[in-house]
Design a protein around this ligand. Structure first.
Ligand code: NAP
Ligand code: HSE
Length: 438
C-alpha cells in the first residue's frame, strides 16, 4: 500500500504531539504506519523543539506544504484566524483533505469551509477543536445522530478549569497558575481567549451547530469569562455548598419551532455555581466534561483531558486515520465521501436574545448594613415575579453588608429589570457580581 503523505502546518504543542505519534507507530492502529510526514511549516526554523525530524522537511512557507504533490492530508495546527483560514481553503481547493484543531476558524468560518470541502469532494475533520482528547465531534455527527438533542453543556476550556481547580484546592493566585497553564501548553497563544471565555464560546458554537443541525452566528453568543471573578465569590459559593466552573450551555428554547422556522437556541458562556454533588463539580484540573441530553438517549457525559499535547494529538490522529482509511480503500480512484464523516446542516438555527435565557442566578450586592434592606430587595424581586431560593447576608464591616441572593430559574430580562430597580435603592451601593447557578 502506498504511504499517505501528511503535511503539518505548525509544530508547537499540538503539532509535536502529532509528529510524535506518527514517528512511533508501534502498538497503534496499523494505518499509523502508513502515514508519512512529508512537510512541516513553522515560523522559526531555529527554535529548539522536543522532537527531532529531518531538516529537509521543514519550511517557513506553509504554501509549499499545501502545494506539495506528495502530501494528501494537510494538518492545520498553527492557530489564529489568518493565515490559517486561507491555508485551509487553499488546501481544499488543491484537492486535499484537512484536519484542524482550530476552533477559532471553524466557529467563524465553518460553514464556508464545509461548502468548499463539499464542492472539492474532500473532508475537513475537526475532532481536536473541542474537548482536547475527548471524542465528542464524531459522536455528535455519528453515534448520537438518531437523537433529538435538547441540550449540550459542560466544561470545555481546560485552561480555566485548571486555574479554577488550583485556586480552589491550593489557594494559588490567579497570575501564577495561569503561567503554569501556559507552560503546560494548555493555554491559547493569547490566553485572553481562555480566561475571557471566547475559546469556550467558539467551542459551544461548534457543538451547537452539530447537535442542532444549523450553523451558529458566533458573535451572538453572550460570553463572560473568569477574568473578573473575585476570590470572595469562590469563598461564598463554597460556604453555600457550591464550586465555581466556567460553563458553556446550549439548549433549545421551549417554544416549538415549526420545521421551516429558524430554531431559537439559548447559548451562553459564564462562570457558574455548581452544587458539590453535581457530576461537573468533580471535573478538575485540565479535564473537560460535556453533557449531551436528547431523546431517546437521556443524558450522556463525555469526560477527559481537554487540552495538552498528547490528548489533542490523539484527536488529530483519529481524524487523519478516518481519512486515510477511506483513501486507502479507494486507492487511486477519487474517493466516495462518507456522509457521516462529512459536515452537513439540515436546519436553520439562531441564538436567542440574552434576555430570553432562562436560568438560576447568583447575585452579590454591597449594601448599607441597616435594618430592612433585605426586605426591600426581596420586595423588588417579588414585584418582578422572581422567586428567590435563598438570600444570605455575609460579612458586615464598616457598616457595609455583603448580601448574596440565589434565584430560582427566571428569564434574564426579568433579572435585569429587578437589578436596575435594586441599584436605585438608597441603601444599595453596588451589584458586585452576577453568575449562573445550577
Ligand atoms: P503553538 O504551540 O503556539 O504552536 C503553533 C505552531 O504554529 C508553531 O509551531 C508556530 O511556529 C507555527 N505558526 C504559528 N503561526 C505561524 C505562521 N503564521 N506561519 C507559519 N507557522 C506558524 O499552538 P498549539 O497550542 O499547538 O495550538 C495550535 C492549534 O491547536 C490552535 O488552533 C489551538 O487553538 C488548537 N488547540 C490547542 C490545544 C492545546 O492544548 N494546546 C488543544 C486543542 C486545540 P514556531 O514553532 O516556529 O513558533
Ligand atoms: N486553550 C484551550 C483550552 C486548548 O485550554 O481548553 C484546548 O482547546
Amino acid at each position: 500500500m502506498k504511504k499517505i503523505g501528511i503535511g503539518l502546518l505548525g509544530l508547537g504543542t499540538v503539532g509535536q504531539g502529532v509528529a510524535n505519534i506518527i514517528s512511533n507507530p508501534t502498538d497503534r492502529h496499523p494505518l499509523v504506519e502508513e502515514l508519512e510526514l512529508i512537510g512541516v511549516s513553522v515560523r522559526n526554523l531555529q527554535k529548539k523543539r522536543d522532537i527531532s525530524l529531518p531538516d529537509s522537511i521543514f519550511t517557513t512557507d506553509p504554501i509549499e506544504v499545501v502545494n506539495n504533490p506528495n502530501i494528501q492530508i494537510i494538518v492545520e495546527v498553527m492557530g489564529g484566524i489568518e493565515p490559517a483560514k486561507s491555508l485551509i481553503i487553499q488546501a481544499i481547493r488543491a484537492g486535499k483533505s484537512v484536519v484542524t484543531a482550530n476552533k477559532a476558524v471553524i466557529a467563524r468560518y465553518g460553514e464556508e469551509i464545509a461548502n468548499e470541502a463539499k464542492a472539492a469532494g474532500v473532508y475537513v475533520l475537526i475532532e481536536a477543536a473541542v474537548g482536547g482528547g475527548i471524542p465528542i465531534i464524531e459522536p455528535l455527527k455519528q453515534s448520537l445522530g438518531g437523537n433529538q438533542i435538547t441540550k449540550v453543556s459542560g466544561i470545555i476550556n481546560g485552561t480555566t478549569n485548571y486555574i479554577l481547580s488550583r485556586m480552589d484546592k491550593e489557594g494559588v493566585n490567579y497570575a501564577d497558575v495561569l503561567k503554569d497553564a501556559q507552560q503546560l501548553g494548555y493555554a491559547e497563544s493569547d490566553p485572553a481567549a481562555d480566561v475571557e471565555g471566547s475559546d469556550a464560546a467558539d467551542k459551544i458554537a461548534i457543538l451547537s451547530g452539530l447537535a442542532f443541525g444549523g450553523p451558529i452566528t458566533r458573535a451572538d453568543i453572550p460570553t463572560k469569562g473568569i477574568n473578573l471573578l473575585e476570590a470572595i465569590d469562590v469563598n461564598y459559593a463554597r460556604k453555600l455548598g457550591y464550586g465555581i466552573k466556567l460553563l458553556a450551555i446550549s439548549e433549545k428554547e421551549n417554544s416549538q419551532s415549526k420545521s421551516k422556522e429558524s430554531q431559537p437556541l439559548s447559548i451562553w458562556v459564564e462562570p457558574t455555581l455548581v452544587p458539590e454533588n453535581n457530576p461537573l463539580a468533580g471535573v478538575n484540573g485540565v479535564n473537560n466534561a460535556i453533557l449531551v441530553e436528547g431523546n431517546p438517549i437521556g443524558r450522556v457525559m463525555f469526560f477527559g483531558p481537554g487540552a495538552g499535547s498528547g490528548p489533542t494529538a490523539s484527536a488529530v490522529v483519529a481524524d487523519i486515520l478516518n481519512i486515510a482509511g477511506i483513501q486507502s480503500m479507494s486507492e487511486d480512484k477519487p474517493f466516495n465521501l462518507d456522509p457521516l464523516l462529512s459536515a452537513k446542516s439540515w436546519k436553520k438555527c439562531h441564538v436567542a436574545h440574552q434576555k430570553e435565557i432562562t436560568k438560576k442566578n447568583y447575585i452579590r450586592l454591597i449594601a448599607e448594613d441597616t435594618p430592612g434592606v433585605i426586605g426591600e430587595i426581596g420586595t423588588i424581586f417579588g414585584k418582578k415575579k422572581i422567586s428567590i431560593e435563598s438570600i444570605v447576608q455575609f460579612d458586615a464591616s464598616d457598616s457595609e453588608a455583603e448580601i448574596v441572593v440565589i434565584t430560582h430559574k427566571i428569564k434574564l430580562g426579568q433579572l435585569d429589570q429587578a437589578l436596575s430597580d435594586i441599584k436605585n435603592l438608597s441603601q444599595v451601593k453596588r451589584i458586585a457580581a452576577t453568575m449562573g447557578c445550577l
